[in-house]
Design a protein. Structure first.
Length: 286
């Protein structure tokens, strides 16, 4: 079945970025010149997703405004002949994006569950805004192709260091099937000593609609939150779930240090400022 919808949970409080996120939703923090959430929406659309559903928390209406048309600003830029700026505004105007509301921060699993009626009884993708994927890496496209071949849920995964696994959902792997690895079990943020592998879930998922029933059966887990990972564990007991390991081209913008690395990487390869930024960086590091 073709995957039409993607759910992008954006309701997090962004506590690691305070005070920048005091009045600005975390998803609107720019990576050089484009808000992270826009990069994620563009990734979904580029992979062929037609219906993007962003899950908003309280105080995040700026995200809705970001994707809405702004005719006054467009007219002003046009009149002043600022055509590059006009193109940037038009690129950010994606009125087809729909919004769901998560009234309380009850966890990632809960954020996905509030989009159920909008997704309907069909497989769908989930993209987490804290993980940015290099646009030249066709990760979501590959995951959708794996889903089309198997009909099963597919999780993006990456091998990480032994200590790092404590920051991720960790996969208990089974047999390989081509590029895919069967997921037999999954545990959220394990103690490294108990981790079943070094295979971490990265924030891209293609899920069958049975996940919604699994979410209803999921009690609060790590951090007292309804974890998507725990629901995927229940799903894996009922039907096949696969992981698609990939390497490289992922930036974690969920914490300030890694967000700064993503800034540098995007600035370094930016069409306009890239050459001057690289020259400055070389000078700085001499
Ligand atoms: C979330 C998920 C976790 C996953 C990670 C990927 O954790 O709960 O399973 O491995 O995203 O970035 P968070 O980073 O929101 O704590």
């Amino acid at each position: 079945m073709t995957v039409r919808s993607a759910v992008i949970p954006a309701a997090g409080l962004g506590t690691r970025f305070l005070p920048a996120t005091k009045a600005t939703p975390k998803g609107l923090l720019p990576v050089v010149d484009v808000p992270a959430i826009q990069l994620v929406v563009e990734e979904a659309l580029a992979a062929g997703i037609e219906d993007v559903i962003v899950v908003l928390g309280p105080g995040q209406d700026g995200i809705r405004e970001h994707f809405a048309p702004n005719p006054t600003l467009e007219a002003e830029l046009e009149e002043r002949g600022k055509l590059d700026a006009l193109a940037a505004v038009r690129r950010a105007t994606i009125p087809s994006v729909r919004f769901a509301r998560q009234a309380e921060a009850l966890g990632l699993g809960h954020a996905v569950s509030v989009a159920e009626s909008m997704v309907g009884d069909a497989p769908f993708a989930v993209l987490l805004g804290d993980d940015l994927i290099d646009p030249s890496v066709p990760l979501l496209r590959d995951m959708l192709a794996s889903h089309a071949r198997t009909g099963a849920s597919v999780l993006a995964a990456m091998h990480v260091g032994a200590r790092e696994i404590a920051m991720y959902g960790c996969i208990g792997p089974g047999e390989a099937d081509g590029d895919l690895v069967r997921v037999l079990s999954i545990v959220e943020k394990p103690d490294p000593a108990d981790a079943p592998s070094d295979l971490a879930v990265i924030g891209r998922y293609v899920l069958t609609p049975a996940i919604f029933d699994a979410l209803r059966r999921t009690s609060p887990g790590a951090g007292g939150e309804i974890q998507l990972t725990d629901a995927i564990g229940l799903l894996a007991a009922d039907e096949r779930v696969f992981a698609l390991p990939f390497a490289g081209g992922r930036f974690d913008v969920g914490n300030p240090l890694d967000a700064m690395k993503a800034q540098v990487e995007r600035a370094r390869t930016h069409d306009e400022i890239g050459p001057a930024f690289r020259a400055w960086l070389n000078e700085l590091l001499r």
